[in-house]
Structure formats: C-alpha cells, structure tokens
Design a protein around this ligand. Structure first.
Ligand code: ATP
Ligand code: NI
Length: 352
C-alpha cells in the first residue's frame, strides 16, 4: 500500500464569475520515503491540490469529488478538528513559501519548536528543548543552542526557512508537503535549502510532496514527477524517465523552457501563449489551444491516462488507443474519418 493515494481529486471554487475548476480529477501515489514533484505553470492548481490534502481549502472552494487515502485511511472522512489534531503536524507537515507565515514573531524560534514537540510527544520540557537544539543543528543552523533563544526577525530568510523545516521535522512526520519553499529566497540560498531537503530525505526517510514551477528544481530533490496543467495531471513518471523521455507536448515544452544540465539560459525556449481560464477551460484536451501537435480529436475527446512505459502515464490523445505519439500521423486528420488513427498491428510506443 502506498503512503498516500490520491484518486480523482476535484476541487472547485464557486465564485460570482463562475466555477473555477482549479483541480479537476487528479490522481497520484506516493510511496514511503519517496519525493513527488508537483510541477506546472502558475495557476495549474498545484497549491489548491496540496491544500486539499489537508483540508486547507476555504470557501468558496470545496472538494467536490475524489479520494485521499493516507496509510489506507480516507482523509475526506475526517472532520476539520480531526485533521488538525491528528494528521496535520503529527503525520503530515506543511512548509509554505513564506517562512514568516509559519513563525510567530513574538516567541523565540526555539520555544515554538519545543512547544510542538511537547504537545505531540511524551517528553519533559528539558528533553523537548534538547531535541529542538538538535533539530536546529540538523537543519544546518550554526550555534543552535544560542540561536534557539532568538526571535524569528533575528534570522535571515534562509535561516527562517531552515527553522521552519526543523519545525516540520519536529514530530517526525511521515509526509512533508512543501509548496514552493525556496521561491522567496535568493538563488544561492535556494541551492542550499535544496541540499538540505536532500539530506533530510536521507536522514529521516520522510516522504515529500514538493511543489514548484521549476523542473530544474525537481531534478535536485524528486524521485517522481506529476506535471499539472489547468487542474489536470498531464504526465506522471519517475524524474529520469520524464527528463529523458517526455511524452506529453506540454512536458516537452516545459523542459525546453527549463535550465538543465545540457540547456543554458540562452537556449531556453519559453512556452508560447498563456494558460486559459480555469472557469471555462477548453473542451477535450485542456492543453490543445497551445499545443503544436493538436489534431481534430483533441477538441472533442477528453484524453484518458495512457501507460507509455513502466510507471509512466501520459494524458494525451497522441498516445491513446492505437497512437504511437507521432503527431505527423494526425496532421491530416488521420485515416479513421474522425481523425483517430486505426490500431496498428501493435507493439509501438503508445500501446498498453
Ligand atoms: N480562493 C480562490 N478563489 C477562486 N479561485 C481560486 C482561489 N484560489 C485559487 N484559485 C484558482 O485556482 C486555480 C489554481 O490555483 P493554484 O494557486 O493552485 O495554482 P498554482 O499551480 O499553485 O500556481 P502558482 O505557481 O502561481 O502558485 C487558479 O485558476 C486560481 O485562480
Ligand atoms: Ni501555488
């Protein structure tokens, strides 16, 4: 059993302008010790997706469908209070983009962390304090014993984020969810925090969901990646596989727009156009309005999730029944009249 199994999660916002289909039927799984990257452009639904997992979506937002099984238990059956007391902080920790939103300015950093430890564990105040200093040391804060007595504003941005990570680790959670945790930091500090996430993974063996718009960052920390586009998962694969063998035209475009080991800034090719509104998303495939490989069917048929390799799924009609991912075959609308190519005698890339 996977640690977390998300199936068909659907979260809408009922606004005066219309229904925002922020997250529309996404599925993914996380094994113990595994880090999943949730990647996509701004507005793809990444934050709403992870907030949904912990009941943090506020009206007019509602989870309207789906299932979130954590260690086999359905989190959607939990009350707000149960989620807050039993799951959040104890089994699942959340790290936000802005460290100051999680730190209370009027208490010392150490007291905030040891309070959490005392609350969740059967320890004395002194033991909790020792553990706090140990944690601050673990996350790379120098002179942790002195630092523990300081207030958040005495910490730099990078040190604050380290303190937040210490706080997230304080209850030894099974899962840490980090939503763009390095975006507010400058590049050098970002790299250090990414290293820290890697060390934590090794040392604590915690599972993690890492939300970012940057596929380059994903490479640093993630085992698997789910690429999101306009509320849906476009592609799901282990990082190396996704990187070497991207199937969805959106993933391919995203990779071409990302600095990687073999692509420098000058060679970047930004994705054209912008993401349509989630209120009235395009019919069929939501990416089709920007997709260079789109063909007739894409406007009418909603792509399913097609298996294109071990542990590798893609939601694109090019890989649907009989498709082999070659857009040229679809250029003229194909041979099937409706634009779908007939089944070949099998075995090509797109076959199940
Ligand atoms: N409170 C809200 N009311 C209405 N719509 C919302 C609300 N919060 C989010 N949305 C919409 O939900 C969609 C998904 O937003 P979300 O913040 O999850 O995107 P994201 O992928 O996290 O983007 P970013 O990279 O900018 O953080 C967007 O269309 C956004 O406008
Ligand atoms: Ni976000």
């Amino acid at each position: 059993m996977a640690l977390l199994e998300v199936e068909d999660l659907t979260t809408y916002f009922y606004t005066e302008e219309g229904i925002v289909q922020a997250v529309d039927g996404i599925s993914f799984e996380i094994e113990r010790g595994e880090t999943l990257g949730l990647v996509g452009e701004s507005g793809a639904g990444k934050s709403v997706a992870v907030q949904s997992l912990l009941g943090l979506v506020r009206p007019p937002g509602h989870i309207v469908d789906g299932s979130i099984r954590f260690k086999g238990e359905e989190l959607l059956d939990y009350s707000e209070t149960e989620l807050r007391n039993q799951v959040r902080g104890e089994e699942i920790s959340f790290i936000f983009q802005d460290p100051m939103s999680a730190l209370n300015p009027v208490f010392t950093v150490g007291s905030q962390i040891s309070e959490i430890i005392e609350h969740h564990r059967d320890v004395t105040e002194a033991e909790a304090w020792d553990r706090t200093v140990e944690l601050l040391d673990d996350v790379g804060i120098p002179d942790p014993a002195e630092r523990a007595d300081q207030y958040p504003h005495e910490f730099s941005g990078g040190m604050q984020q380290r303190a937040i990570i210490a706080m997230a680790l304080s209850c030894e959670p099974d899962l840490i969810i980090a939503d763009e945790p390095t975006t507010a930091l400058d590049v050098t500090i970002q790299a250090q925090i990414l290293d820290l996430f890697n060390d934590i993974q090794t040392e604590y063996d915690t599972s993690m969901i890492y939300v970012t718009h940057d596929l380059g960052v994903v490479r640093e920390v993630c085992d698997r990646v789910s690429v999101m586009y306009l509320g849906e998962v476009a592609e799901n694969a282990p990082y190396e596989e996704l990187y070497r063998n991207p199937k969805h035209p959106y993933t391919q475009a995203l990779l071409r727009s990302t600095v990687t080991a073999d692509r420098r800034t000058e060679e970047l090719d930004p994705i054209e156009g912008s993401m349509p509104s989630a209120i009235d998303p395009p019919s069929g495939c939501r990416y089709r309005t920007r997709c260079p490989a789109a063909f007739e069917d894409c406007a009418e048929v909603e792509p399913g999730s097609y298996e294109v390799g071990p542990d590798h799924e893609v939601s694109c009609l090019l890989y649907g029944e009989g498709g082999d991912g070659d857009p040229r075959l679809h250029e003229t609308g194909g041979t099937g009249g409706a634009g779908r190519r007939g089944r070949t005698d099998g075995g090509l890339g797109g076959e199940r």
